[in-house]
Design a protein around this ligand. Structure first.
Ligand code: ACO
Length: 402
């Protein structure tokens, strides 16, 4: 309990809410989330229906502009994006500079931020509607190229340039898995799975990375730098980095002999910092609706591609134990979106270190929509208060006497 009178003495009345567990930072018309009932909607459309019937580009349009596009609108959107998929040749030098083992998220954050140097018109907080539109389009268009080049760099392979005959997701898969010399055919099952995954990650209201994007943007900082900050926030294993951490954990359990109970007990031990990665969520206290869809997609894609992944067996055992164990049941710790996404990414052929970058690719339209909304609503600069608990009055002591 907080002693309000003490807070009053120091700073005037301040609400102390560490981790912003119950603080609304904004009013938003983008994403509705009911954590108790496990409901997630983008602009009023249920996530289940969007994942089933829509494409990622359509959902991006919906999030950013507020409505599902008409046929003409989506064609126009795709056309505008396809005109900006190339990345400035000078940016390629960045790839040469990164050590080959540098983490893809560190590269992504730097590269997205560097767009503000290549397109300095983005620095103007008073861009016209048309100029701002172009700033958005460039980012959406270049992100898949940047992400696939990060992947190629990790392999030491030459980069593949975009081919604008492909749609957004197919182009990304082509640049990622294609070779310079030959055309490739991408399995429609893979394209469908990738669309679903990106849609499910596209927005999630005021999570850590999105709040970061909004708060950085609230200082009138440009879109590219704000989103680069969001990428950094996403990197942490308690947020988007969990998808990488889940697979690493499952592999560890497998290599340790597959004794799931042992690891569940470790997670329950309060003297052990280990947590079951991919379990628990700040807001969902019933189930994560995205996890439900991903779990099904995961089963489907492994069956269709004929993949038998021993790590999936460990995941299933872990889920079963955790869902029946009073520790997890009492604390309402259910598998979250990251629990199964990594298994799909792995089945599609992505290395573990790329997983969080794929999350960022999916989250991009959400970050853009939230940044745009924050600006359009003319929100004030984000500036939380604190309760000072440090030393009061100290007298400076010369270094010779300390
Ligand atoms: N394994 C074991 N115990 C857990 C776990 C877990 N994964 N998650 C929470 N708990 C326990 C905590 O120890 C705490 O127990 P206590 O009440 O006995 O002290 C209780 O459950 C509540 O946990 P908090 O940390 O207070 O919950 P919070 O809402 O702050 O954290 C978080 C949510 C960060 C997601 C947490 O559940 C976690 O660390 N999960 C693992 C990492 C992960 O999967 N992150 C991805 C989240 S989804 C996303 O960002 C896309």
């Amino acid at each position: 309990a907080i002693d309000i009178s003490k807070l009053r003495d120091q700073t005037g009345y301040v609400t102390l809410d560490s981790g912003f567990k119950n603080t609304g930072a904004t009013k938003s018309a983008i994403t509705f989330l009911d954590g108790e009932q496990g409901i997630l909607k983008y602009r009023g459309y249920g996530i289940e229906e969007l994942a089933e019937k829509s494409t990622f580009l359509e959902v991006a349009y919906l999030l950013i502009y507020g409505n599902l596009p008409t046929k003409t609108e989506i064609e126009d959107f795709q056309h505008k994006i396809s005109r900006h998929t190339l990345v400035h040749e000078d940016m390629k030098k960045f790839f040469d500079g990164f050590p080959s083992k540098s983490h893809p998220m560190g590269q992504l954050s730097s590269l997205v931020c560097s767009l503000s140097s290549f397109y300095p018109e983005s620095l103007d907080p008073h861009q016209t509607k048309e100029e701002f539109e172009l700033t958005i389009i460039k980012l959406l268009a270049k992100m898949p190229t940047i992400v696939s080049w990060i992947y190629k760099k990790s392999l030491g392979h030459p980069v593949i340039y975009p081919q604008n005959k492909y749609d957004y997701v197919t182009n990304f898969l082509y640049m990622t898995f294609g070779q310079r010399t030959e055309e490739i055919t991408i399995d429609p099952v893979v394209i469908d799975a990738m669309n679903k995954l990106l849609i499910l990650h596209a927005d999630h209201e005021q999570n850590c990375s999105t709040s970061t994007v909004r708060i950085v943007g609230s200082s009138d900082c440009n879109l590219y730098a704000s989103i680069s900050a969001g990428v950094s926030a996403l990197w942490g294993p308690l947020h988007g980095g969990a998808n990488q951490a889940v697979i690493e954990m499952l592999e560890k359990i497998k290599n340790d002999g597959g004794d799931v109970d042992k690891w569940v007990n470790k997670a329950k031990d309060k003297n052990d910092p280990f947590r079951l990665m991919g379990f628990g969520h700040r807001v969902y206290k019933n189930f994560d609706p995205r996890a439900k869809i991903i779990k099904k997609a995961c089963d489907d894609i492994l069956a269709k591609l004929g993949i038998n992944d021993p790590v999936l067996d460990i995941a299933k055992k872990l889920e079963e134990v955790a869902l029946n164990d009073p520790y997890f049941v009492d604390r309402k710790l259910y598998p979250n979106v990251d629990f199964y996404s990594g298994i799909i990414y792995r089945a599609l052929g992505f290395p573990t270190e790329m997983f969080t970058v794929l999350f960022a690719l999916g989250r991009l339209p959400g970050w853009i929509a939230q940044w745009k909304e924050m600006r359009e609503n003319k929100e004030p600069i984000g500036r939380p208060r604190q309760i000072y608990v440090g030393e009061k009055d100290r007298t400076f002591v010369d270094i010779a006497s300390r």
